[in-house]
Design a protein. Structure first.
Length: 58
């Protein structure tokens, strides 16, 4: 179960850091309300959280 959640967090983070805001708006309406840098930072945090499982060896 933890591995599945880690993959979901990492995938969500990759999407938020690689797609343009215009592409994200259809799925995530809140991105219109925050600066692009905040969306990227959230994506980076999600990717890092998902990647922690791999880094910790678990």
């Amino acid at each position: 179960m933890q591995s599945l959640l880690a993959v979901a967090f990492a995938a969500s983070g990759v999407v938020k850091t690689t797609k343009f805001r215009e592409q994200l708006r259809s799925q995530l309406p809140w991105v219109s309300d925050v600066p692009a840098a905040v969306v990227r930072l959230i994506g980076l945090a999600e990717f890092t959280a998902g990647d922690q499982r791999r880094l910790s060896g678990g």
